[in-house]
Ligand binder design. Structure first.
Ligand code: 4H1
Length: 246
């Protein structure tokens, strides 16, 4: 997969994309990431990328021309499935389903906004979709672009290594993930649940599913509305509710 990021601050990406899993994915050729600066596409000696808003108002707005030229420099050759995304607070909410959808593309172009706004013609005629990582405003779209890159990259086959590593993530099965423990078995008097050292894999799987349901019910009951709970899940949920009563 190829991810190109359009940002006025390319150096912001050296850290997060230059380490750990993302770096390994790039070194393994599973992912390639580029960052272009729209300022390099701005005309004139001062390479202006923003200007005051028509109609008045405070703050500056990102001009359309440098952004259009920067994106068009990346979308020349017809590359399979491509999606151009603007990161902004008013975009479609990013969730794991959206991450899975974006991971299905061959080429993502992530446009990072700045200042008080981005000229509306960028959203109307240049990008395929506006995406928000949450209901809050940041100083720029760079951190959201890193979030999207990280979340999508870990779903690329081979990036996470252990085949099912992404399967038991929170939200992967629509539920929050079960609690994880590792050595030491006893730490400051706090013991690892006995069942996890029982060696009974069926019981462990049941315990994990039940804990996922218990946590999801407690923290994100809204997620339970989205999935059909049948069979064992329904049994486990009844046990959880009975335990709450008891
Ligand atoms: N009107 C402010 C707005 C103008 C256009 C550029 C953005 C950059 N900041 C962002 C970008 C994305 C998100 C998010 N939630 O994904 C939050 N903040 C700020």
């Amino acid at each position: 997969m190829r991810i190109d990021i359009v940002s006025l601050f390319p150096e912001m990406f050296d850290g997060p994309l230059g380490h750990s899993i993302i770096k390994r994915a790039c070194d393994a050729g599973l992912l390639s990431i580029g960052v272009v600066n729209p300022r390099d596409f701005a005309e004139g000696k001062h390479r202006i990328v923003d200007d005051t808003p028509f109609g008045g108002g405070s703050g500056m707005v990102m001009k359309p021309d440098p952004l259009f030229l920067a994106v068009e420099s990346l979308t020349g050759e017809p590359a399979g499935r491509r999606r151009v995304i603007l990161l902004c607070p008013g975009g479609n909410r990013l969730d794991q389903a959206k991450v899975r959808e974006l991971a299905g593309y061959d080429h993502l172009v992530l446009v990072c906004g700045h200042y008080e706004g981005v000229d509306e013609r960028v959203k109307e005629h240049l990008v395929d979709e506006a995406v928000s990582i949450g209901d809050y405003v940041l100083t720029g779209g760079e951190l959201p672009a890193m979030v999207v890159t990280d979340a999508v990259a870990r779903l690329i086959p081979g990036v996470l290594g252990a085949a099912d590593a992404a399967e038991h993530d929170s939200f992967a099965a629509g539920l929050l993930e079960y609690p994880q423990y590792t050595r030491p078995r006893e730490f400051r008097g706090w013991e690892v649940p006995e069942i996890l050292v029982s060696g009974d894999h069926a019981k462990i799987a049941r315990w994990r599913r039940k804990e996922s349901l218990r946590r999801t019910l407690a923290v994100r009951p809204d997620l339970l509305d989205k999935i059909e709970l049948e069979g064992l899940d329904a049994v486990l949920l009844r046990e959880i509710l009975a335990e709450r009563e008891g």
